[in-house]
Design a binder for this molecule. Structure first.
Ligand code: PRP
Length: 179
């Protein structure tokens, strides 16, 4: 069992790089099929989604643009329930077909806030692409169009996701070992 230590916690390898990249490519292929001629605007939600967005975009073969927003709500292992907008959208989404790119939909509180904001701003259509989803943790009625992988309701790090800012650089996903 491969384990690592980040700050005061131990984590064990749960999703290897090969499985991650295969699942991400699969999502890109679905988007390529569904969104031909729609000139999508991908909106990457920083910080966590940077690695997923990067690998996803390498396999998107239709004309598209990408931009970034930054939201924050977690402290340590738990959501504060308060979503802070740290950096907003710099371009108009009016009449645009947007794809929100997230690393994880956990409670759904962050995604609910993003979808509400994009609707208010006049997006023509809104799709959601997330690398991970925790179906058992969902607290909001969010429609998620593309999910690379579904996982149990455990705290995880790696592939963009952090524990107190650390672990985002890991190319695999690790699950916390409860003690
Ligand atoms: C994480 C993740 C999502 C959100 C999901 O962001 O990137 O945006 O939490 O959780 P939810 O469904 O319970 O709202 P975080 O606030 O940790 O910021 P980060 O992306 O900078 O790590």
């Amino acid at each position: 069992m491969e384990t690592i230590t980040i700050r005061d916690r131990q984590f064990t390898l749960s999703i290897p790089e090969h499985d991650i990249l295969k699942a991400v490519k699969n999502v890109a292929e679905q988007i390529n099929n569904d969104m031909q001629n729609l000139n999508p605007l991908f909106i990457c939600v920083l910080n966590g989604a940077f690695m997923f967005a990067s690998d996803l975009m390498k396999h998107i073969s239709i004309p598209c643009e990408i931009t970034f927003i930054k939201l924050s709500s977690y402290a340590g292992l738990y959501t504060t329930g308060v979503v802070k907008e740290v950096m907003g959208l710099s371009e108009s989404v009016i009449e645009r077909n947007v794809v929100v790119v997230e690393d994880i939909v956990d409670t759904g509180i962050t995604m609910e806030r993003i979808l509400s904001s994009l609707t208010t701003q006049g997006a023509k259509s809104i799709k959601v692409a997330t690398f991970l989803q925790k179906p058992d943790a969902l607290q909001r009625p969010i429609n998620i169009d593309y999910v690379a992988m579904k996982i149990p309701n455990d705290f995880i790090v790696g592939y963009g996701l952090d524990y107190d800012g650390y672990g985002r650089n890991l190319k695999e996903i690790y699950t916390v070992i409860n003690d």
